[in-house]
Design a protein around this ligand. Structure first.
Ligand code: SF4
Ligand code: SF4
Length: 253
């Protein structure tokens, strides 16, 4: 309505339309910051007034609450991210909120500079967090599916300690070369092709590609139990390529 009613609002905001605020993924917000945006504003329909059964605005709210704590973890001011709920007819409210948010972000200064974080350091922190988005979403999936009806529940839903622990104890997955039987199940199921393997080859996880989704850990047959979940310890180096062939014993007739 704001545009149709010719209402004026801050010109430094760029609108990206999505079908539902629930479509705004944590990765999108972090990518916006990686691309140098100083603030991200998400406008969603009023809670409990969703036209669909999905109520995606609750998902958007949970994502924002989580992202604000992640921002604190990497040293960014969480006020650079804001979500507001309004109907499409509330053009006045939209312009009011956008103007106010634009002013807040201007006062905070350019991303990182306002927080006195070195540009390269911020870039690498954001890149690292973006790589961990699937892991974060898996670890926090139950909370991310919550419906927080009361505003009082928002504050403290995710805590700084919780996020510091989550990101400080990131797990890694490693295939035990002595147990891997090259059944190739993990190889086929890995969503990002992070597992190197083949017929009769000990499988190896490429740690740079791994998004820590845990699928390989779940699908490796229990009788092999070859995938280990590692936390707080270094991942053993990969088996050299030339030592990956599995030599199977032939049963004596
Ligand atoms: S945890 Fe396993 S399945 Fe998931 S991305 Fe990493 S290697 Fe692939
Ligand atoms: S599922 Fe387990 S046994 Fe099969 S290839 Fe992967 S790690 Fe090896």
């Amino acid at each position: 309505m704001a545009g149709v009613s010719r209402l004026q609002y801050a010109t430094d905001i760029r609108l990206v339309r999505v079908m539902c605020s629930g479509r705004v993924d944590l990765e999108f917000v972090l990518r916006a910051f990686s691309n140098g945006m100083d603030g991200v504003f998400i406008g969603g329909c009023r809670l409990n007034e969703c036209n669909y059964i999905t109520h995606g605005n609750f998902d958007a709210l949970n994502m924002v609450l989580l992202c604000k704590k992640i921002m604190e973890h990497i040293g960014l001011n969480p006020e650079r991210l804001r979500i507001e709920f309004m109907t499409s007819g509330e053009g006045n409210l939209f312009t009011e909120v956008v103007d106010e948010f634009s002013k807040t972000v201007k006062n905070l200064g350019p991303l990182g500079k306002g927080e006195e974080i070195d540009e390269d350091e911020l870039k690498s922190k954001l890149e690292e967090i973006r790589r961990l988005v699937p892991y974060i979403k898996i670890e926090k999936r139950k909370k991310l599916a919550s419906h927080l009806e009361n505003k009082e529940e928002w504050e403290g839903f995710f805590t700084r300690d919780e996020i510091d622990t989550l990101l400080g104890e990131v797990v890694s997955y490693h295939i035990d070369p002595d147990k891997c039987q090259a059944c190739m199940i993990c190889f086929r199921r890995c969503p990002v092709e992070a597992i190197e393997g083949g017929k009769n080859k000990i499988h190896v996880i490429d740690q740079d590609k791994c998004i820590k989704c845990g699928t390989c850990y779940e699908v490796c047959p229990p009788r092999f139990g070859a995938v280990n979940k590692i936390s707080g310890a270094p991942v053993p180096p990969p088996v050299p390529e030339e030592e990956r062939t599995i030599v199977r014993k032939v049963k004596a007739k």
